[in-house]
Design a protein around this ligand. Structure first.
Ligand code: UD1
Ligand code: UDP
Length: 355
C-alpha cells in the first residue's frame, strides 16, 4: 500500500511522529511524506523531525507566510503534482490547518482516498479558520479517525450516518506521542524558576485582536507576580507583539523561543499549571496531570471542562486572574481515561490495512 502523509504545522509533526513510528513496523506500507512548509523556522519544524525521529520528508513544498487563500491554493497546486506522480492509495491528513484542507481537497479531486486523523472535533465557531478546515476535511474524507466519543457524536449529529464514510473512535494519537516521548524529556537551555506556570499564545482570534492580546498579556503579568510564568512564544505572536510595541516581558514572566517537543514535555512535567490557547497543549496538560486555563471562548476538548480539569477563561483579564486563583486552590484527581489507551496509531494502521 502506498500512503502519502501530508503535514506542515507543529502539532501535525507531533501527531505524525506517533503514526509514522507505527507505519514503520509494517513493511507492506510505503509511506511518502509531504511537508508543505507551512512552518519553517528550525525550532518550529526541523527540531521535531530530529528529536522525534520522524522520517525526512520526501517533498518539501516550502509554502508559507501567505494569506489563507494564497497559502491553501499554492499548496493544493503543488500537492496535486506530487499525487499525480506518486499515485498513492491513501492520503493521510491531520488536524485542522491549511495544510490539512489543501491536502485532503487535492487528493479527493483526484479520487484518492483520504484518511483524516483528529476528525469530528468542533468548536462551533465558524470564525476560526480551523473550524472551516476541519468541517470541510471531514466531509470529503473516506475514513474519519475520531479521538473521542464527543467527536463521533458531533459527526452523527451532522448526519454522517447517511454519508458513505467510515467513522472510527481510535483514541488520540497525541496520547501515543506523550507516552512514548515522556521518558526522553529534556530540560530547555534556559534558567527555570522552581515553580512556574507553562503558557502559550498563538491562536488567530487572540493574536489578531489587539484588545484580546493586551488583556491576555496584562493578566499574565499580574499572575506572574504570584507564580512565575514560562512562555515559549510562537513567531506569529512575537511579530504582533513587536508591531503593537506591547510590553511583554515583566517580573516573573519569562518569554522564550519555541522549544522542541522533548523540552515541552519537560516543562509539562515540571509546571504547576498550564495557561494556553493551544488545542494540543490543553490535552497534554491533562496527560501530565496539570490543571489548565484555556484562553479562548470555547474548546473542542469539552470533556476536559466537564471533568473540571480545564476552565474556559476567554481573553477577559479579570476572569483569567480570578480563575487562576480558583484553579490554584483545587485538588484534582486526573485518574480518568478520556483519550483512549495510547494505542491510537496502531488502530489507525489496522483499519487502513483492512480497507
Ligand atoms: C497554524 C494553524 C493553527 C495551528 C498552528 C500551530 C492554520 C490556519 N492555522 O497557525 O491551527 O494551531 O499553526 O502552531 O493553518 N511563522 C514563522 N515561522 C514559522 C511558522 C510561522 O515566522 O516557522 C509565521 C508565519 O510567517 C506567519 C505566522 O507565523 O506570519 C503565522 O503562520 P501560519 O502558518 O499562517 O499560522 P499559525 O498561526 O502558525
Ligand atoms: N509545542 C512545542 N513547543 C512549543 C510549543 C508547543 O513542542 O514551543 C507543542 C505542544 O506541546 C503540542 C503542540 O506543539 O504538542 C501544539 O501545537 P500548537 O500549540 O502550535 O498548535 P495547536 O495544538 O493549537 O493546533
Amino acid at each position: 500500500m502506498k500512503l502519502i502523509t501530508i503535514i506542515g504545522a507543529r502539532p501535525q509533526f507531533i501527531k505524525a511522529a506517533a503514526v509514522s513510528r507505527e507505519i514503520a513496523k509494517h513493511k507492506e506500507i510505503n509511506e511518502i511524506i509531504i511537508h508543505t512548509g507551512q512552518h519553517f523556522d528550525a525550532n518550529m519544524s526541523e527540531i521535531f523531525f530530529t528529536q522525534m525521529q520522524i522520517p525526512k520528508p520526501d517533498y518539501n513544498l516550502a509554502i508559507n507566510s501567505l494569506s489563507h487563500g494564497a497559502m491553501t491554493g499554492r499548496m493544493m497546486e503543488e500537492i496535486e503534482k506530487v499525487l499525480l506522480l506518486e499515485k498513492p492509495d491513501w492520503v493521510l491528513v491531520y488536524g485542522d490547518t491549511n495544510s490539512t484542507i489543501a491536502g485532503s481537497l487535492a487528493a479527493k479531486k483526484l479520487h484518492i482516498k483520504v484518511a483524516h486523523v483528529e476528525a469530528g472535533l468542533r468548536s462551533f465557531n465558524m470564525n476560526m479558520p480551523e473550524e472551516v478546515n476541519r468541517i470541510l476535511t471531514d466531509r470529503i474524507s473516506d475514513i474519519l479517525f475520531c479521538p473521542t466519543q464527543t467527536a463521533v457524536d458531533n459527526l452523527k449529529k451532522e448526519g454522517y450516518e447517511n454519508i458513505e464514510s467510515k467513522i472510527v473512535n481510535c483514541g488520540d494519537v497525541m496520547l501515543d506521542a506523550a507516552l512514548f516521548y515522556a521518558k526522553m524529556s529534556q530540560k530547555p537551555q534556559v534558567e527555570l524558576p522552581e515553580k512556574f506556570i507553562l503558557s502559550t499564545v498563538h491562536r488567530a482570534e487572540n493574536t489578531d485582536d489587539p484588545k484580546r492580546l493586551i488583556a491576555i498579556f496584562e493578566a499574565l503579568a499580574e499572575i506572574a507576580k504570584d507564580t512565575p510564568i514560562v512562555l515559549p512564544l510562537h513567531p506569529r505572536t512575537r511579530k504582533i507583539i513587536n508591531n503593537l510595541k506591547l510590553k511583554s516581558g515583566s517580573n516573573g514572566l519569562t518569554i522564550i523561543e519555541p522549544v522542541g517537543y522533548l523540552e515541552m514535555v519537560y516543562l509539562l512535567k515540571k509546571c504547576e499549571m498550564v495557561m494556553t490557547d493551544s488545542g494540543g497543549l490543553q490535552k497534554e496538560a491533562f496527560f501530565f496531570a496539570k490543571p489548565c486555563l484555556t484562553m479562548r471562548d470555547e474548546t473542542e476538548w469539552v470533556e476536559l471542562v466537564q471533568n473540571g480539569f480545564n476552565k474556559i477563561v476567554g481573553a477577559d483579564k479579570e476572569k483569567i486572574i480570578s480563575s487562576y486563583g480558583e484553579m490554584k486552590q483545587m485538588d484534582i484527581d486526573f485518574n480518568v481515561e478520556l483519550y483512549g489507551h495510547g494505542n491510537a496509531s496502531e488502530k489507525i494502521i489496522e483499519h487502513l490495512k483492512r480497507l
